[in-house]
Design a protein around this ligand. Sequence first.
Ligand code: PDD
Length: 290
Amino acid sequence: MNAYLNGEFLPLAAARISPLDRGFLFGDGAYEVIPVYSRRPFRIAEHLRRLQDSLDGIRLANPLSPAGWQAVVERLVAEADFPDQSVYLQVTRGADDKREQAFPVGVSPTVFAFTSPLVAPSDAVRAAGVGAITVPDIRWAKCDLKAISLLANVLLRQQAVEAGCAEAIMLREGCLTEGAASNIFVVKAGVILTPPQDGHILPGITYDVVLELAARHGAPHEIRPVSEDELRTADELWMTSSTKEVLAIVNLDGQPVGRGERAGRPGPVTQRMHHWYTTFRDEVMRHADA
Ligand code: PDD
């Protein structure tokens, strides 16, 4: 069974919800995406903590305990045909018998999860890096919540795809926020820069891992507002997410990132961080076996 819906494990194709579900009508819910390597979830406790924060942020009681979620994930992961997976969790405020914005009374949340093969960037894409465009951040003021209402992200990511790019990098009041589905890191004069978790970005699990690794390896880094100018004149850029890990951005709005011979190619700091990331991830996964 590759899906879970309201207490039942079932094939994804057999899962059914009401058209009055508030996730469908209002985007009223929260979600998580957890990467799984060789059937071992990576940083699941942190993902479940962030799910709790998102649910608290939208005033929706968590229908499952961390152990309950863990059990759902474990069963989906164990029963899948593929070892590397992306597990999706979602909770919505459920289906009432009418359409009314304010919270319904006496309605159970809809609890949904499914697993699919982890689609990671190919070695060729990773070696070459990807392109991105810049766009105005047209989202709401609670971007720290992993809410399922993602219309702005959808429109911006589509704009990137239509420009032949992998990501849309958002700018708000002259500063970098994040990608449509990733956090963004800038390298300038050997220093790794990334914006603070101030409500305008998602507190990325991969973002945290990258900052932990920078600290552990003594790589200079600063968490502070990053200006549009710093973004545009970066020596290196990369994006992070649970599925992309650390992925070099080598072209921004049609211009190569960086200067000189290295321009338009994944830079040394990016490559080092990707190496630290995969080494750390593999180490953690090995310990999960012990
Ligand atoms: N997205 N910022 C946004 C807006 C995101 O949607 C994501 C991840 C991230 C990176 O967070 P993390 O490192 O915890 O994956 C940052 C997931 C993967 C998605 O929506 O598919």
